[in-house]
Design a protein around this ligand. Structure first.
Ligand code: G6P
Length: 606
C-alpha cells in the first residue's frame, strides 16, 4: 500500500529522506512527495509518477532541512493527482502529514470541518487529519496534545507521521492498524512503514504496536500509549538483513535478481528454526483442524502446502483465501490457523488471524518481514529469512514458504508415523540438493527460456495447466505471468480443462503445461492426456517437462527440458522456470516488471 517515512537528524536529511521513499516505492508508486521543515513552515513538493520521475519534475532533492516526511502513494481515496499526493498540509501550513491506511469516518469529519469554513484541496481521507491538527492546536496550544486528540477522533486503520513548523526537530507518529517502525541511528532517527526505508543507515529498529504513538527527535525516541499517554518501554530489535540485498546489484530488475537468489533463500528456509517446525507439527497433529491462509501468491503457496500434507503426512488441511476467511472458515478453540505472508502486514490475512483469535483458535505464521504485525501477533512464528523482496510480485519468498511447508509436512509425517525415518531422511536430502539444482537450471536454461518467451509472447490468451501438486504451481505460474505481462492467463487443473474450458481452445489460445516427472506415473499420464486433448483441438502447447519424458517432449510444440529430478522437489523447480518464463515474456513486452500497473506489494487495506 502506501509507504511513509520520516527522518530527523543533526545535519541536512533531504538526501536520506528521498532515498527512503525510493526504497519504499514498491509499496505504491502512483505519486509521491516530500515535506521538509524550515524557515517557519513546512515546504512540500509532490506530484504524480514514480519517485525518480517526481524528482525530475519537482526537484525534491534540492530541498534543504534537518527534519522531514515523505510518502509514496497507492491510491485508495481519490484519483491519482498532484492534489491527492501526500504530504498534506493544514491550511496555515504549520502542520504536514503523511498517511498509510484508511480513515473510515472521514466523510463525517470533513462535513464537520467544512461547516467550520475549512476548504479542502484534495479528495483524500487524509486531509481531514491536517485540518483537525490545526483546529485542535488552536484549542490546546500544545502540539503533542493536538496530535493525540486529533488521532483519537479518527476511526479506521492507519499510520501517520507528522511534522510541524512549530517544533522544528520533532516527528510525531502513530500506529493504529497499519505498520510503522522506528529506526534508531546515531544523531538521526527514522520512522517508516518498513525497515527497507532506513536499512542503509541503521539496523536497530523499534516496532510500534497498534495503539501507540512516538515523538522522535535526532537524539531521542519516546513511545507512549495513545489511549492514556502512559510510557511504553520496549527493547529495539536488530534487523539481520543487509542493505546490499535490497539493492539491484547488477541485475536489470529486482525480479530477476530475486529469482536468481532462490538457491540461497531455499538454504535459509532450510536453516529456519527446527524447534518451531517441530512445535507447529505437533500442534497440527493435536488440533482438530489446521487451516492455512494466505492471499494472492501466498494463497497458492498454502494450496501447495495442502498437497504436501496430504501426501506426506496423510492429513488434509483446509485452505481458505484470507479475503474469504472470515466468511467461510469455521474455527474454534480446538483448531489452529496458520497464516502465510511475505510482508506480515496484509490486511485480509491479519483480519483472518484476528478472527481466529476471537474464536479462541491457536495461531501460527510463516513470515518474511521481521517485526511485522503477523510475526508479532501469532502464537507461533517461523521467520523464513528470505531477505528483502523488492519486486512487487513474489518469487523467492513464495518458494521459501513452500520449502518451509514441505519441512512442516515431513515433520508431521515423521511424528505421525506416516513417514519412516529413512523416508524422511531421503526427502530431506532431496530438499538439501535443491539449491544446486536450481542454480544449474537457472544458469543452463535461461537462454532457452528467453527464446521461447520471445517466440510465444504474441499470444493474448493463455491457459496454465497442471495436475496434483502441479496444479497450485500452475495457479501461481499463471498469476506471475498475468501480473507482469497483463496478458489474460487462467491457471487451471489439467483434469478440469475438459469440463468446460476446452471450449475456448483454438489456434489462438496458448496452453502451457507443467508436466510431472515420469516417475509420477498416473499424474504424468493424466497430464499427457490433457495435452492430447488440447492438440486435438489445434491448440498450441508448450510446457516444462523432464529430459527422461519422451512422450511429453514429443507432444509439446516447445518444451523447456529439465534434468531428472526427485518428484518431491520437481514442482518447485518447475515453478522457478515458470517465474523466469514470465519475466522474459514481460521483458519482451517492455512491461514495468518490478512495479506492474495498479498493483502494490503490501496491501494493508481491506
Ligand atoms: C499483494 C501482492 C501479492 C502478494 C499478496 C499477499 O496482493 O501484490 O504479490 O502475494 O499481496 O502478500 P503477503 O505479503 O501477505 O504475502
Amino acid at each position: 500500500m502506501c509507504g511513509i517515512s520520516a527522518v530527523t537528524g543533526s545535519e541536512d536529511i533531504v538526501a536520506i529522506l528521498y532515498e527512503s521513499i525510493l526504497n519504499l516505492e514498491y509499496r505504491g508508486y502512483d505519486s509521491c512527495g516530500l515535506g521538509v521543515v524550515g524557515n517557519g513552515n513546512v515546504t512540500v513538493r509532490k506530484n504524480t509518477g514514480g519517485v525518480e520521475e517526481v524528482n525530475r519534475k519537482e526537484h525534491l532533492t534540492k530541498l534543504k532541512g534537518k527534519t522531514g516526511i515523505a510518502h509514496t502513494r497507492w491510491a485508495t481515496h481519490g484519483k491519482v493527482s498532484r492534489e491527492n499526493a501526500h504530504p498534506h498540509n493544514s491550511a496555515d501550513g504549520q502542520f504536514s502529514i503523511v498517511h498509510n491506511g484508511i480513515i473510515n469516518n472521514y466523510e463525517d469529519l470533513r462535513d464537520e470541518l467544512m461547516a467550520q469554513g475549512v476548504v479542502f484541496k484534495s479528495e483524500t481521507d487524509t486531509e481531514v487529519m491536517a485540518h483537525l491538527l490545526e483546529k485542535t492546536f488552536q484549542e490546546t496550544g500544545d502540539i503533542e496534545q493536538a496530535f493525540i486528540q486529533s488521532v483519537k477522533r479518527l476511526e479506521g486503520s492507519f499510520a501517520f507521521c507528522m511534522v510541524s513548523a512549530r517544533s522544528q526537530q520533532t516527528i510525531y507518529c502513530v500506529r493504529q492498524g497499519s505498520p510503522l517502525v522506528l529506526g534508531l541511528g546515531t544523531k538521526s532517527n527514522f520512522v517508516a512503514s518498513d525497515v527497507n526505508a532506513f536499512l542503509q543507515h541503521t539496523r536497530k529498529a523499534l516496532v510500534l504496536e497498534d495503539g501507540e504513538y512516538a515523538t522522535v527527535t535526532p537524539d531521542s525516541v519516546t513511545v507512549r500509549k495513545t489511549a492514556d499517554g502512559s510510557l511504553v518501554s520496549r527493547k529495539p530489535i536488530r534487523i539481520e538483513w543487509d542493505a546490499e540485498t535490497s539493492r539491484k546489484g547488477g541485475y536489470a530488475h529486482y525480479m530477476l535478481k530475486e529469482i536468481f537468489e532462490q538457491p540461497q533463500t531455499i538454504r535459509n528456509a532450510l536453516a529456519a528454526t527446527q524447534e518451531g517446525v517441530e512445535r507447529i507439527a505437533s500442534q497440527i497433529r493435536e488440533r482438530r483442524d489446521t487451516y492455512m491462509m494466505g492471499v494472492g501468491t501466498t494463497h497458492y503457496v498454502a494450496q501447495a502446502g495442502q498437497y504436501f500434507f496430504s501426501s506426506l503426512a496423510g492429513k488434509y488441511l483446509p485452505v481458505v483465501s484470507s479475503d474469504e476467511f472470515v466468511d467461510l472458515a469455521v474455527v474454534g478453540p480446538q483448531d489452529m490457523v496458520m497464516a502465510i505472508s511475505q510482508s506480515g502486514e496484509t490486511y485480509d490475512t491479519r483480519r483472518g488471524i484476528a478472527h481466529a483469535k476471537d474464536q479462541g483458535a491457536r495461531t501460527a505464521s510463516i513470515v518474511n518481514v521481521m517485526g511485522s504485525s503477523l510475526s508479532m501477533s501469532t502464537d507461533e512464528v517461523i521467520m523464513q529469512g528470505s531477505g528483502p523482496e523488492i519486486c512487487v510480485v513474489s518469487t523467492k519468498a513464495a518458494l521459501a514458504q513452500m520449502v518451509i511447508l514441505l519441512r512442516l509436512a515431513l515433520e508431521t509425517g515423521l511424528q505421525e508415523g506416516t513417514l519412516a525415518a529413512e523416508q524422511y531422511d531421503e526427502s530431506y536430502s532431496h530438499l538439501k540438493a535443491l539449491p544446486d539444482t536450481v542454480t544449474a537450471v537457472l544458469n543452463e536454461r535461461s537462454g532457452f527460456v528467453r527464446n521461447l518467451a520471445d517466440k510465444t509472447v504474441g499470444y493474448r490468451n493463455w491457459l496454465m495447466l497442471g495436475r496434483g501438486i502441479y496444479y497450485p504451481m500452475a495457479l501461481e505460474a499463471a498469476l506471475k505471468l498475468k501480473e507482469i505481462t497483463y496478458l489474460h492467463v487462467e491457471g487451471m487443473a489439467a483434469g478440469f480443462l475438459k469440463h468446460g474450458t476446452l471450449a475456448l481452445v483454438d489456434e489462438e489460445m496458448m496452453s502451457f503445461f507443467l508436466v510431472p516427472t515420469p516417475e509420477e506415473k498416473e499424474l504424468n499420464q493424466h497430464t499427457i492426456s490433457a495435452i492430447e486433448e488440447v492438440k486435438a483441438r489445434k491448440g498450441p502447447v508448450i510446457g516444462i517437462a523432464f529430459e527422461n519424458d519422451k512422450r511429453a517432449l514429443k507432444l509439446l510444440d516447445h518444451a523447456i527440458e529439465l534434468p531428472p529430478t526427485p518428484p518431491l522437489v520437481a514442482p518447485l523447480l518447475e515453478l522457478v522456470v515458470a517465474q523466469l518464463f514470465s519475466y522474459f515474456s514481460a521483458l519482451k513486452l517492455g512491461r514495468s516488471i518490478d512495479k506492474p500497473r495498479n498493483l502494490a506489494k503490501s496491501v494493508t487495506v481491506g
